[in-house]
Design a binder for this molecule. Sequence first.
Ligand SMILES: [Zn+2]
Length: 120
Amino acid sequence: MPGKKLTPKDLENFRSQLRLMLGVLEGDISHLAEDALGDGSRMEFQGDEGEIYNIEFSLQLLERDEQTAQSVLSALGRINEGTYGRCEDCEDWLIKERLRVMPHAIRCVDCQRAAEAEQR
Ligand SMILES: [Zn+2]
């Protein structure tokens, strides 16, 4: 069942939620980049397995955070364009509960499932 059109107040709420997310993500990203790549002051690289594992793990998290940050940014763009809150595929309004949990969602639950099934 599709949701309803979002009110300007809803949009403002989601905008601030998205901005908050972006702030947190940007903080995480710079921390993780420092963990993985060092801040330039770490001259000695031991190269043991634990260290390599940690770097790889940080890079994985970094990649994931960057992807999320990208979708948060594009969600903010959609708020400006007036297309925020609609499913990219079927153009139904997303239910608000879904947006509360995942304000950067671009598809309704059904279309998201279908898209993920296609990827497999
Ligand atoms: Zn849909």
